[in-house]
Design a protein around this ligand. Structure first.
Ligand code: NAD
Length: 323
């Protein structure tokens, strides 16, 4: 008799790219020590465990940990020892620890620097990082055309934009030729406390743009450990999330699992990027993803948590320069 195959992570199409991303993506910002220190051994083991458990999508940026995340991800991917086409890598340009620079010149140098740190010949997706901090007209007229040249040179396969305020996506997508921006990456807008990204889906579908949603744990708000010191949420939002965490703990439930399963439930999002820095977190998150497709969500606890978070629902924070 055939051995039973363990259920594996679902793959989802990313817009019109032809890429099939694992529904859980590996957010590599923690490998830049942004949520606390991570050893080389833990980084390599986490990426290895993720890949073996079906995660094929890894996201980083030169900004995370001041290039450390890219270096650690590169080292970890190399250690996998598998052919390059088996995994999908996205990185970013325009945001650096030294500041923002979306000029054609800077992003053209940036991709070469990223490829060297990642030890790769190409990345699958290059995204303009947090464009609300730049001039959106520069992104439209200068940065994206520069990325198209980089694409023609074979250094990247697809072009994306990222940011917090949802208006930046419509601003840019309304002004570029169809098909130039392949993907958007949004964060902190599709988790239990804020689901506003959902409203943008019909528009994005119509534009043929793939959608990645990041930070299902609201950058630590929906974890027992709590948010890092730099977290931009208001004291009110922080304390509401703290109350939700406490409620789950009392019931013997894991808020992070509940939160990840919430974000995974809408299949119009091609991948949910979770920041991970340990083998244990990888195991938990993959198990949560498989459970939600086989068993379903914990609707009772979810509605209790939604009730606790109702007063702060869809509350966000300012990001970027005013346009
Ligand atoms: P997140 O909501 O995924 O939370 C990450 C935190 O949760 C980390 O401290 C991590 O260690 C912890 N965690 C992960 N799994 C856990 C589990 N099972 N139990 C308890 N804690 C757990 O936030 P994030 O890391 O900011 O976002 C995910 C990724 O998305 C980033 O790494 C990055 O790749 C991407 N991202 C991009 C942008 C952008 O482009 N502007 C912004 C935010 C995030």
């Amino acid at each position: 008799p055939m051995a039973l195959q363990p259920a594996s992570l679902e793959l989802r199409e990313l817009g019109n790219t032809g890429l099939k991303l694992s529904c859980v993506g590996f957010g590599a910002s923690p490998l830049g020590n942004v949520f606390g220190p991570v050893s080389d051994e833990d980084a390599i083991a986490s990426v290895g465990e993720a890949f073996r458990r079906g995660i094929n999508f890894f996201d980083t940026s030169p900004y995370y940990g001041g290039t450390l995340s890219e270096k650690m991800l590169g080292k970890s991917l190399k250690a996998l020892g598998v052919p390059r086409h088996k995994y999908i890598v996205s990185t970013k340009c325009g945001r650096y620890v030294e500041g923002f620079d979306f000029s054609a010149d800077r992003v053209t140098r940036s991709i070469d620097e990223s490829l060297a740190r990642l030890q790769l010949d190409y990345v699958d997706i290059l995204q303009c990082h947090d464009i609300e901090f730049g001039s959106l007209d520069q992104v439209v007229n200068e940065t994206i055309p520069a990325l198209q040249k980089i694409k023609e040179a074979g250094k990247i396969r697809f072009i994306g934009i990222t940011g917090l305020p949802l208006e930046v996506f419509t601003y840019v997508l309304d002004r570029v030729p169809p098909g130039t921006v392949d993907v958007i990456l949004s964060y902190c807008h599709y988790s239990i406390n804020d689901s506003t990204l959902e409203d943008l889906l019909p528009y994005l579908k119509n534009k043929g743009v793939g959608v990645i949603t990041a930070s299902p744990l609201a950058m630590g708000l929906l974890t027992e450990r709590g948010p890092p010191e730099w977290h931009p949420a208001s004291p009110e939002l922080k304390s509401a999330c703290q109350a939700a965490v406490a409620h789950c703990k009392e019931k013997g439930k894991n808020i992070s699992k509940l939160a990840l399963q919430y974000s995974l439930s809408n299949k119009d999002f091609s991948s949910v990027l979770v920041g991970m820095n340990s083998v244990g977190q990888v195991e938990e998150n993959v198990a949560a993803a498989i459970e939600v497709t086989t068993v379903g969500k914990d609707v009772e606890t979810l509605s209790e948590v939604e009730a606790i978070l109702k007063p702060v629902k869809n509350q966000t924070w300012p990001s970027g320069i005013q346009h």
